[in-house]
Design a protein around this ligand. Structure first.
Ligand code: PGA
Length: 252
């Protein structure tokens, strides 16, 4: 059975005190619900060590990081290594978020390096892919996503790709309030799974969790998550309020 995952990407929000408070609220509320999903909190780097203490020992809740640099250590001012992330018990790391690709010019080749570094360190990459509005209007979204996968992920061995999570995040849906419909999400998730199946095999494809991201909210999470190829969500804005995030987790 594939893992169901709900990950909260807090992006560049919340100073330390607010991060601690949010993590405490989420942890407390999670303890009182019957939750089958793996929950991942992805705060800024400054909050990782404090949140590790809050969630340690709690069932089904893990720490994620928003970024990593694919070198072991050294003169890379401003960057963070896999070893540093592991020292605060990070388990998941975002790679290829559209904000990193667009605002920080991260290339497919660079993302490939990050993925390799993460796998080598036994960390799980959450590989983000997704098309812009123009590409969707031209109905070229499947080709576009297939190329993103081919350039950064599909060189891995079957064993390695089983240690990755994929997040489909159409750029036009991120932070826009315009979520993909359940049908649009299912279509793309099925396409991604078929692409993996062609490259590897059906068993491998069926074992990989594919999350949806982009304006996922309490009122649309249930219909999106009920699709057969959607295994959870990568949540931005709605993960900043404990009540909304918990309600999304309960929609799994
Ligand atoms: P959003 O962001 O939920 O605010 O649209 C999702 C993401 O960027 O991961």
């Amino acid at each position: 059975m594939r893992k169901k995952i709900v990950a909260g990407n807090w992006k560049m929000n919340n100073a330390l005190g607010q991060s601690i408070q949010l993590a405490e609220e989420i942890t407390e509320q999670l303890a009182s619900i019957n939750n089958e999903a793996v929950v991942v909190l992805i705060p800024s780097f400054i909050a990782l060590a404090s949140i590790e203490k809050i969630i340690s020992g709690q069932k089904n809740i893990f720490l994620g990081a928003q970024n990593v640099y694919p070198k072991m250590n050294g003169a890379y001012t401003g960057e963070i290594s896999t070893e540093m992330l592991k020292s605060v018990d990070v388990k998941y790391v975002l790679v290829g978020h559209s904000e990193r690709r667009d605002l920080f010019y991260e290339s497919a080749e660079f993302l490939k390096e990050k993925i390799e570094a993460l796998l080598q360190a036994d960390l799980t990459p959450i590989f983000c892919c997704g098309e812009s509005l123009t590409i969707r209007q031209e109905q070229k979204q499947e080709d576009f996503v297939r190329i993103q996968l081919e350039k950064s992920l599909l060189h891995l061995s079957a064993k390695q790709i089983l240690n990755c999570v994929i997040a489909y995040e159409p750029i036009w849906a991120i932070g826009s309030g315009l979520n993909a419909s359940a049908e649009q999400a299912q279509q793309m998730h099925q396409f991604i799974r078929e692409t993996i199946s062609e490259k590897y095999d059906q068993v491998t494809a069926n074992s990989i969790s594919i999350l949806y991201g982009g304006s996922c909210k309490p009122d649309n999470a249930k219909s999106i998550f009920s699709q057969p190829d959607v295994d959870g969500g990568l949540i931005g804005g709605a993960s900043l309020k404990a009540k909304d995030f918990i309600s999304i987790i309960q929609s799994i």
